[in-house]
Ligand binder design. Structure first.
Ligand code: HEC
Length: 144
């Protein structure tokens, strides 16, 4: 009986450890996916801003909206205990700063949507520049 109890305990401990590991892996996969979607939509905006891609007001608005949507999805991929990937451990030791960076991501991408709604390249260009700086600012601090 004692042995059986111990076995059950061992199995449940192993199971718990396994679950935690799987969660971290899933979180890393989730947040990297969100950022890859973000990049998918930022690239054409960057191309238009640089004049490498023909300006298309409808496409710009679509892409800006998707970047803004992603800005609301990224943070939940960084739950406590999900260290790994290219995320620096500083994220969790400086959570307020990181979380502030996520808020900035939301704000600046909302301004990007407003700029895209104007419907001119002149309005779009500086907003894309600000967005790019915001991506880089967080990567410099929190990405390996
Ligand atoms: C508040 C912080 C923050 C902001 C803002 C941010 N990122 Fe990131 N980004 C990260 C972190 C942290 C990682 C590393 C995630 C990991 O590997 O676990 C990352 C990873 C990435 C990756 C690599 C994904 C992969 O497959 O490994 C891409 C691409 C990316 N970000 C694009 C962007 C773009 C484009 C923007 C701006 C529109 C942006 N990010 C804004 C923090 C941020």
């Amino acid at each position: 009986m004692k042995k059986l109890t111990l076995t059950c305990l061992t199995v449940s401990l192993l199971f718990t450890a396994g679950t935690v590991l799987a969660d971290a892996e899933k979180s890393i996969e989730y947040r990297q996916s969100v950022f890859n979607v973000t990049k998918w939509h930022m690239d054409p905006l960057g191309g238009m801003a640089k004049g490498e891609l023909a300006y298309d007001a409808d496409a710009a608005l679509h892409h800006a909206r998707q970047v803004n949507a992603m800005s609301h999805m990224a943070e939940e991929g960084f739950a406590e205990g999900t260290e790994g990937g290219d995320a620096k451990a500083d994220i969790w030791s400086n959570w307020d700063q990181f979380s502030g960076g996520m808020e900035k991501f939301q704000q600046v991408s909302a301004e990007l949507v407003s700029a895209a709604e104007v419907g001119t390249l002149e309005a779009l260009r500086p907003a894309v520049g600000e967005m790019g700086k915001t991506c880089k600012g967080c990567h410099d601090n929190f990405r390996d």
